[in-house]
Design a binder for this molecule. Structure first.
Ligand code: PA5
Length: 401
């Protein structure tokens, strides 16, 4: 379950009358999600077919039994969602199952060198993920790792060790997979990378990590009905934006949600940052960052607001000196930091899940996906493209010709 409080430390900035001006627009957007052109966002089979879901579940056991390292190659939306869920829900130490290594997120030779040294004597399975099949970084990573895999395994064995997740028909990766007879999964054509956590892009690595994807999807479905809240959050962000709050911090008080905030940054930046519009998303892990960014939030340039994502229940650690649990102290911090920032000039909205598990993470992911799309519609920008990302790719590719 998710609880929302967009009032307590927000009231000075977002008033009831501000929201009234959005009523017609909100109604129209809701209609589109409930029965119009956007209703596919609230259907599970948009993200994954039953057949592919069963295939993911079946192949998970094979992967977990047959490799020490599962290398996931992908960039942006092709890895951030799975990384976010895996880090949020896995133990910090002594994880069971294969180690999951993400590759193809940069062009750092040192990282590749050290990774290949590390995996050379281990049993490896690779999942290369690219919707377009042409993105530079994963293409480079795939080509490099194939040299390593080619040394270790026969062509025949590679058919069991290379898994390709890409468009159903188009792109270089699809061609390679067909030619070499690799196992494949499909990225649905109407779901962009940053929205693809519930497609095989996210589901396969998450499942290999030992996380229950059925429960994750149940959580997503539970939030299909939550369009109203997603619209409300988007409206509040838009009101703040028009009051010159140009930066939003996604603030967490559980360090295992750090990659979730990385995913949020990508989701909102690529969905809304267009036509010289949009809020710049940043992230804060508290209470650590109170000793760095916190100063700015309290007294710096007046352009910020916070969306605090917190968790009600946590493990029991007792602080004998204060006769309370550590989690109670963390909750005091959530509230008092919110108050301090509010008393400064930084408003906060609060999104709280009762506990961190597959279901609530699924709910959260889908809530933010919907809200990011609504926010783009309020800004009158296309939620589903990312033309700016293409510019750097073109400049590099021109140089490579
Ligand atoms: O959200 C997006 O669409 C992007 O971040 C893409 O996921 C990213 O650019 C990678 O693209 P591709 O999966 O085509 O390699």
């Amino acid at each position: 379950m998710i609880n929302f409080d967009f009032h307590k430390y927000m009231s000075k900035y977002v008033k009831k009358e501000d929201k009234v001006t959005y009523l017609d627009k909100a109604r129209e957007i809701k209609e589109r999600f409930i029965s119009g052109d956007l209703s596919y966002w609230n259907k599970l089979d948009t993200f994954v077919s039953k057949k592919e879901l069963i295939k993911i579940i079946n192949i998970t056991d094979y992967i977990r039994d047959n490799c020490d390292v599962f290398v996931v190659i992908g960039i942006g939306g092709s890895y951030m969602g799975s990384k976010a869920i895996i880090e949020a829900l896995s133990p910090m130490y002594n994880r069971n199952g294969p180690e999951i290594i993400f590759l193809g997120t940069d062009l750092c030779a040192e990282e590749y060198y050290e990774t290949f040294e590390y995996i050379k004597d281990k049993r490896v399975i690779v999942n290369v993920i690219s919707k377009s099949g042409t993105t530079l970084e994963p293409s480079i990573a795939f080509s490099l790792i194939m040299d390593v895999m080619g040394e270790k395994y026969s062509e025949e064995e590679l058919k069991n060790r290379i898994i390709v997740t890409t468009d159903a028909e188009k792109g270089k990766l699809r061609e390679v997979a067909t030619e070499k007879e690799y196992v494949t999964f499909t990225v649905p054509s109407n779901v962009g990378g940053r929205f693809s956590v519930f497609t095989p892009v996210g589901l396969l690595p998450i499942s290999v990590a030992g996380i229950n994807i059925a429960k994750l999807l149940e959580g997503a479905m539970a939030s299909f009905e939550r369009v109203d809240r997603a619209i409300e959050y988007a409206v509040i962000r838009d009101i703040l934006y028009h009051k010159n709050k140009y930066i939003e911090s996604f603030t967490v008080y559980n360090s295992k949600l750090y990659y979730f905030t990385e995913w949020l940054k990508q989701l909102f930046a690529e969905t809304q940052g267009k036509n010289k519009l949009g809020i710049l998303p940043i992230s804060t892990v508290n209470t650590r960052d109170l000793h760095s960014l916190g100063q700015f939030f309290q007294e710096g340039n007046d352009i910020l607001f916070e969306t605090v994502i917190s968790i009600d229940k946590d493990k029991k650690i007792v602080l004998n000196d204060y006769d309370m649990e550590l989690n109670s102290l963390n909750k005091i911090a959530v509230d008092k930091v919110g108050l301090a920032h509010f008393n400064g000039h930084t408003p906060s909205g609060f999104i709280t899940i009762d506990e961190k598990n597959e279901h609530t993470m699924g709910e959260l992911v889908h809530f933010f996906i919907l809200s990011s799309i609504v926010g783009a519609l309020l800004l009158n920008v296309n939620p589903f493209d990312q033309p700016g990302v293409e510019d750097y790719k073109k400049l590099i590719n021109d140089e490579l010709r």
